[in-house]
Design a protein around this ligand. Structure first.
Ligand code: NAP
Length: 244
């Protein structure tokens, strides 16, 4: 899904994941076709040092105006079956790195009054199943962190988009207890379609993009139900059903 950065018109200078540039032939095409410069940074975002390495670039390099927080892991399994270190690594990448990198990019974006953060969440941000407890929790964080940032930045030209994909055919399923071929093909999107839809959502000004959801009203109703629920919490008194 990291292909997304290759389609951004501003895709000229960005840090990437742990792969070496030679393992990313798509970068070479980008350079050849568009004459842009590409800088690959190898960093393990599950470590403090790896996050700091990328954060330092975001803080220092004023030419960076788009941050795509795409790196993520999705270990599937019950909370008692999954090894603690696997969950810790997921939290480190899905939550901690995303937060640090966003906070590293934002001061420059705000000072320049331009810049975009694209956070790759998941539809698991608003649902959880017996094998997704921790993953769903991590993506719920991505969704609400993005929502909070949007509110913080509402008077600026800095944009934050949360992209919430459902199933997408990527390597994330390799070796998982739910391999790709166990999922009905009709509910799995191609990376190409996902990237096109995510960027179309960004172009159209969406703050939350649900690439596979046809009825956009569903999300509007979900948000409005959430706002009504939140408003109803502001009473200061126990609900009458508790007879307190
Ligand atoms: N595929 C789906 O069905 C689906 C659905 C909803 C949301 N998502 C989200 O989409 C995002 C991209 O996942 P994907 O589906 O494209 O899976 P993927 O093919 O496994 O890609 C995961 C990406 O995260 C990077 N990454 C993982 N751990 C890292 C670490 N410790 N340090 C640096 N980079 C790390 C990987 O870099 P390396 O290749 O260098 O390891 C890779 O670029 C994730 O946030 C995932 O949660 C995926």
């Amino acid at each position: 899904m990291g292909d997304l950065v290759l389609r951004l018109p501003e895709a000229t200078n960005y840090p990437t994941g742990r792969m070496e540039i030679d393992a990313l032939p798509c970068f070479k095409d980008l350079v050849r076709q568009n004459g842009v410069s590409v800088r690959a940074v190898v960093a393990d975002l599950s470590t403090d040092a790896g996050v700091a390495q990328v954060a330092d670039i975001l803080k220092a390099d004023a030419s960076v105006d788009i941050l795509v927080n795409n790196a993520g892991t999705s270990p599937l399994g019950s909370s008692t079956d999954l090894p603690q270190e696997v969950i810790d690594r997921m939290i480190a990448v899905n939550i901690t790195a995303l937060t640090h990198l966003s906070r590293a990019a934002l001061p420059g974006f705000i000072a320049r009054n331009r810049g975009t953060i694209i956070n790759i969440g998941s539809v698991m941000a608003f649902n959880a199943f017996p094998i997704t407890s921790a993953y769903s929790g991590s993506k719920a964080y991505v969704l609400l962190f993005s929502k909070g940032l949007q509110a913080e930045l509402k008077d600026t030209n800095v944009r934050v988009q949360a992209v919430l994909p459902a199933g997408v055919a990527t390597e994330i399923y390799d070796g998982s207890i739910m391999p790709l071929d166990s999922i009905p093909k009709e509910v799995v999107m191609s990376v190409d379609d996902l990237v096109d839809a995510a960027l179309a959502g960004l172009d159209s000004g969406e703050t939350t993009t649900l690439p596979s959801v046809d009825d956009a009203e569903l999300w509007a109703r979900y948000e409005s139900a959430r706002d009504a629920l939140f408003a109803s919490t502001q009473t200061g008194t126990p609900a009458s059903r508790y007879r307190v």
